[in-house]
Design a protein around this ligand. Structure first.
Ligand code: 13P
Length: 234
């Protein structure tokens, strides 16, 4: 399983240092060999020397460096050896106004760097209510190289993010099947995943992992979720 933590706009450099230490120590006891832990901290908090998890970037500008005020480019990620990036998160699409065109540019740039890309898709509440999830997600995948070898796809329905209302297993399975027909990439689910519902989510056929927000912001709660996920696979 891939267990990924999206810390969003939470954690300072100081608090992430404590988080990373606690997570590293917690994972040192041994995680299941087939598990991989990814953590996306704020870019201001990347830290050196982590051993048992991989740090990724929540965002970047599709350039190595240049005149892009306020942005972070490839050179800045390289300094922390960050080669894993999140693209297409619904908060960046909806709140930060990232267009499909910018998302495609980011994807092409990241693929040209050979970075691992965790590409997020997911329908909004209206599309879900009208049973148009597949059409909504298909539009988000237009122009994206679904055969890119270092791709991970994350299905995150917008209405399930940060609401405590995870999608039902049937909906997750249906959308993962839809994605599987299009791509050989590992498939994650995200949206109100926590230590209580992880067992059900892990059991969904075709689910290769989870992308966790709220329940990952505290290292001990993320560790609890990780161990709950490995317990349910024993
Ligand atoms: P929550 O786990 O808080 O619903 O957030 C999910 C998410 O947006 C992960 O990218």
């Amino acid at each position: 399983m891939i267990l990924a933590a999206n810390l969003k706009c939470n954690h300072t450099r100081a608090s992430f240092e404590r988080y990373a230490k606690a997570l590293d120590e917690g994972l040192a006891g041994g995680i299941s060999r087939e598990d991989e832990i990814l953590v996306f901290p704020p870019a201001s908090a990347f830290c050196a020397g982590v051993k048992n998890f991989t740090q990724g970037a929540q965002n970047f500008y599709p350039a190595v460096h240049g005149s892009f005020t306020g942005e972070i480019g490839g050179d800045m990620l390289a300094e922390f050896d960050v080669k894993t990036v999140l693209i297409g998160h619904s908060e960046r699409r909806a709140i930060l106004g990232e267009s499909a065109e910018l998302i495609r540019e980011k994807f092409s740039f990241a693929a040209a760097q050979g970075w691992r890309i965790v590409f997020c898709v997911g329908e909004d509440e209206a599309a879900f209510a009208q049973d148009r999830s597949e059409d909504f997600v298909a539009a988000q995948l237009e122009g994206i190289d679904l055969k890119y070898p270092s791709l991970v796809l994350a299905y995150e329905p917008v209405w399930a993010i940060g609401t405590g209302r995870s999608a039902q297993c049937e909906q997750i399975e249906r959308m993962l099947n839809f994605l599987r027909a299009k791509s050989p990439a590992p498939l994650l689910y995200g949206g109100s995943v926590n230590a209580e519902n992880i067992a059900k989510i892990c059991a969904i056929r075709g689910c290769d992992g989870v992308l966790v927000g709220t329940a990952s912001w505290d290292a001990s709660s993320f560790l609890e979720l990780i161990s709950a996920s490995s317990r349910c696979r024993l």
